[in-house]
Design a protein around this ligand. Structure first.
Ligand SMILES: CC(C)(COP(=O)(O)OP(=O)(O)OC[C@H]1O[C@@H](n2cnc3c(N)ncnc32)[C@H](O)[C@@H]1OP(=O)(O)O)[C@@H](O)C(=O)NCCC(=O)NCCS
Length: 222
């Protein structure tokens, strides 16, 4: 699913099999030592997709341990992102010369609990979500907003090294074009190469909501 949301230079791998026996590198295993079997399986599923995506990109095989605040530590010349939810796992990677940062997120296509919507959405976002839910009830726009914000964070953190609260970004969804824009007030100043607004794409299918952002590298660096 993730492939269609990302531009050509991004290599992706996804899987609908939650129970694949997947081996992880020793350097990766340290990240989930002592975790529950379910968490270890989820982590291994993500690394399975990450290794295959790296191979598809043509990058030598490498461990992808967890780094600061859980962000995957990709090989130096690579940026990437991992997501997993029940029934779906995906990884996306690109060369730094092509993409500054990227973030992907998958969620079950289900309504978001009301208290979670209160927590993650700004007042304007809540109003727009309610309008969309009334006008186009086939999509759980509340869950889509949440997923878009997770993709924003996964794009933002590797560049800035800073936490970003849910209320700090404002996401505007285009319900027809399958796109969204995320405005983060000080994004331009936050890190090299991050534009003032992050542009993403979304898709609903297979009982999932999937969102993705890829920030292209400036022309001269490609
Ligand atoms: C980290 C977070 C984004 C993960 O999202 P999630 O929907 O719970 O889970 P997903 O399965 O989609 O993603 C998990 C993967 O995200 C990646 N990840 C975790 N922390 C990350 C970070 N700081 N930066 C980038 N990627 C990160 C990891 O690869 C992780 O999987 P792994 O631990 O198996 O390697 C979320 O738990 C979180 O902490 N959110 C709070 C911050 C936020 O979203 N702010 C919104 C700003 S608008």
């Amino acid at each position: 699913m993730i492939r269609q949301l990302l531009p050509g230079p991004v290599a992706c791998w996804d899987s609908f099999d939650d129970h694949r026996p997947a081996a992880v590198h020793r350097a990766e295993a340290a990240s989930v030592r002592g975790a529950t079997p379910r968490r270890r399986q989820e982590f291994a599923n993500g690394r399975y997709c990450a290794h295959r995506a790296l191979r598809r990109l043509g990058v030598p095989a490498a461990a992808v341990p967890a780094g600061d605040r859980g962000a995957p530590r990709w090989p130096d010349a690579v940026v990437g992102s991992i997501t997993h939810c029940r029934g779906y796992t995906a990884a996306a990677v690109a060369r730094r010369t092509d993409v500054v940062s990227l973030g992907i997120d998958a969620e079950p296509h289900r309504p978001l609990p009301e208290d979670v919507l209160e927590f993650v959405a700004r007042p304007d976002e809540r109003s727009r979500v309610r309008e969309l839910l009334a006008a186009r009830p086939g999509v759980h726009w509340d869950r889509l907003l949440f997923s878009a914000k997770e993709s924003v964070y996964k794009t933002w953190y590797p560049v800035t090294g800073r936490f970003l609260g849910f209320q700090e970004a404002e996401v505007v969804i285009d319900p027809v074009a399958g796109t969204f824009r995320a405005l983060v007030p000080d994004t331009g100043a936050a890190g090299p190469g991050l534009p003032g607004a992050l542009a993403g794409r979304w898709e609903v299918g297979n009982d999932l909501v999937v969102t993705a952002i890829a920030v292209p590298a400036p022309e001269g660096e490609r």
